[in-house]
Design a protein around this ligand. Structure first.
Ligand code: ADP
Length: 139
């Protein structure tokens, strides 16, 4: 089923490197409407919970440390076919493999520090959006 919403985070490397405005511009230019947005910093407990699906992976500790290393921008985005279209806009996990014109190709540092998150399914988009936003924060 095509969904209308996805969830994203601009990750600490993107903000540290001064790419927040340029990435938000790419998102809006691609036709996504911002339904909710906040500038925040994940606690260790929040980062562990958000990425708990990766708890057994060797990079989990590094991922939690990185995601709590500085502020992020979290947002809910709306567009027809939002999940798949946003994954196409951000590109492959590893920027070395990401297509030209994608956010990760343009702004990610590495496979770990890869600038942006995008939900991988409708179900996760709903879970991740609810993780960060209450109903009154979504417009
Ligand atoms: P995606 O974010 O593209 O959906 P995954 O769900 O596989 O990718 O991984 C979640 C996040 O974990 C990635 O975006 C990246 O920040 C980090 N990550 C994935 N693989 C590695 C790796 N091999 N080494 C370090 N960090 C990784």
């Amino acid at each position: 089923m095509a969904t209308n919403k996805t969830f994203t985070m601009l990750k600490p490397d993107a903000l540290e490197n001064g790419h927040m405005g340029k990435i938000l511009d790419m998102i809006v230019e691609a036709g996504f409407i911002i339904k909710a947005m906040k500038y925040t910093r994940l606690s260790e407990a929040q980062a562990k919970k958000f990425y708990e699906v990766h708890a057994e992976r060797p990079f989990y500790g590094e991922l939690v440390e990185y995601m709590t290393s500085g502020p992020i921008v979290a947002a809910i985005l709306e567009k027809e076919n939002a999940v798949a279209d946003f994954r196409a806009l951000i590109g492959s996990t590893d920027p070395a493999e990401a297509a030209d014109g994608t956010i990760r190709k343009s702004y990610a540092e590495s496979k770990g520090r890869n600038a942006v998150h995008g939900s991988d399914s409708d179900e996760n988009a709903a879970i991740e959006g609810a993780f960060h936003f209450t109903a009154s924060e979504i417009f």
